[in-house]
Write a protein that binds this ligand. Structure first.
Ligand code: UT7
Length: 319
C-alpha cells in the first residue's frame, strides 16, 4: 500500500508586491539587495481579514478538483502552519468546517518551514497502516502577520500563501521514503519568541532571525537529509527527476543542490514569485511544476524543508 498524490492545488492572495513596492511602503531596501541576496522579486500579502484557513480553503478546493474527489470523502485533514487563525481550535478544524466535511480527523502540525514535509510524512504513516485512505495535507501561512516591518533584514523575505495535496491509498507507487529530524538546541536562531498570557502579549510577537546562522544550518541539513532519504529508497540523488526544496532563498537552494549533486535544471524554483511562505512553499512549488508540465506522472520527486525549531525533513515520491 502506497500513499500516492491524487491532486495538488495552491493559492496566492492578492496581486504580487515587488521589491520596489516595499521600498515605496517605507522599507529601507532596494531591489538589487533583495534579488542578489535572496532571488526574491515579488511576494503576496493577505488582506487583514484573510486567515490561513481562508488561503488553505482556496488551495484545498483546487487540489480536490485535481484529484476528482469530494471534500466529504476525506478521512484525515492535516494543516501545517505556524500562523494559525486562533490559538485553538486548530486551523485544520476551521478548514474542515469551511470544506463542509464533518467527520474526518483533523489537526495542525507546527514545524514552521518543515511543516509540509512533516505533515506528508505523518499522513503517509496513517495511510500505510490502513486506518485512513483519503488525506488532505495543506501548508498555509500568513507570515505577514508576524513580520516587523521596521526590520528590513527579515520583512523583505517572507510572504503569504497556501498549497495542498490529496494523498490516497493506492497500489501504485507514491511516497517511497521519508525522513524528518529536529534539534531544539537551535530554537533561538529563528523564532517568534512571544505568547499571549492574561490577555496580553508577553515577549516579542515578531519573527526574529540570525540570518547567517540559519543559512549555514539550512544548507548542511538539507543536503544531509536529501542523501538520507535517497539512501532509504535505495537510489542515488542522480536518480531524482526533480528536487523541490523549501523556497526560502535562491542561494540556499543552489548551495544545497550542489551538495546533493543535482543540476539546477532539475530543481524547481518559485521563490522569486512568492518569497518565503514557510510551510506553504513546497506545495506551491510542486503545484507550479505540475501545472506547467515539468513534473510528470512516474517521475521521482524529492521534497525537502528546513525551518524554525530547528526542524528538517524530506519526502521522496514517485508522482
Ligand atoms: O526558512 C528559513 C528562513 N531564513 C532564511 O532563508 C534566511 C537565511 N539567511 C539569508 O538568506 C541571509 O543571511 C540574509 C538574506 C537574511 C541576509 O544576507 P547577509 O548577506 O547575511 O546580510 P547581513 O545580514 O550580513 O547584512 C549585510 C548588510 C547589512 O548592512 P551593513 O551592516 O553591512 O552596512 C544590513 O544592514 O545588508 C543590510 N541589509 C539590507 N540592505 C538592504 C539587511 N537587510 C537589508 C535589506 N535591504 N532588506
Amino acid at each position: 500500500m502506497f500513499a500516492r498524490i491524487a491532486g495538488v492545488g495552491s493559492y496566492l492572495p492578492g496581486p504580487p508586491l515587488s521589491n520596489d513596492d516595499l521600498k515605496q511602503r517605507g522599507v529601507e531596501t532596494n531591489d538589487e539587495w533583495i534579488v542578489s541576496r535572496t532571488g526574491i522579486k515579488t511576494r503576496h500579502l493577505a488582506d487583514a481579514n484573510c486567515t490561513s484557513s481562508d488561503l488553505a480553503l482556496e488551495a484545498s478546493r483546487k487540489a480536490l478538483l485535481a484529484a476528482g474527489i469530494d471534500a466529504s470523502e476525506l478521512d484525515l485533514i492535516i494543516v501545517a502552519t505556524s500562523t494559525p487563525d486562533f490559538i485553538f481550535p486548530s486551523t485544520a478544524c476551521l478548514l474542515q468546517a469551511k470544506l463542509g466535511n464533518n467527520s474526518a480527523m483533523a489537526f495542525d502540525v507546527q514545524a514552521v518551514c518543515s511543516g509540509f514535509v512533516y505533515a506528508l510524512n505523518i499522513a503517509e504513516k496513517f495511510i500505510r497502516c490502513g486506518s485512513h485512505k483519503k488525506v488532505l495535507v495543506v501548508g498555509a501561512e500568513v507570515f505577514s502577520r508576524i513580520l516587523d516591518w521596521d526590520d528590513r533584514a527579515t520583512c523583505v523575505l517572507f510572504g503569504d500563501g497556501a498549497g495542498a495535496v490529496i494523498l490516497e491509498a493506492s497500489g501504485k507507487p507514491g511516497i517511497l521514503a521519508s525522513a524528518a529530524h529536529a534539534d531544539g538546541a537551535y530554537h533561538g536562531i529563528l523564532s517568534v519568541p512571544g505568547n499571549v498570557c492574561g490577555g496580553k502579549v508577553i515577549g516579542d510577537p515578531f519573527l526574529r532571525m540570525d540570518g547567517q546562522a540559519v543559512f549555514k544550518f539550512a544548507v548542511r541539513v538539507l543536503a544531509d537529509v536529501a542523501h538520507e532519504c535517497c539512501a532509504l529508497a535505495g537510489i542515488l540523488p542522480t536518480g531524482i527527476d526533480w528536487l523541490i526544496p523549501h523556497q526560502a532563498n535562491i542561494r540556499i537552494i543552489e548551495s544545497t543542490a550542489k551538495r546533493v549533486g543535482v543540476e539546477m535544471n532539475k530543481v524547481i524554483v518559485t521563490v522569486d514569485r512568492h518569497g518565503n511562505t514557510s510551510a506553504a512553499s513546497i506545495p506551491l512549488a510542486l503545484d507550479a511544476a505540475i501545472r506547467d508540465g515539468r513534473v510528470q506522472r512516474g517521475q521521482k520527486v524529492l521534497l525537502e524543508g528546513v525551518g524554525g525549531g530547528f526542524t528538517w525533513g524530506a519526502v521522496l515520491l514517485e508522482f
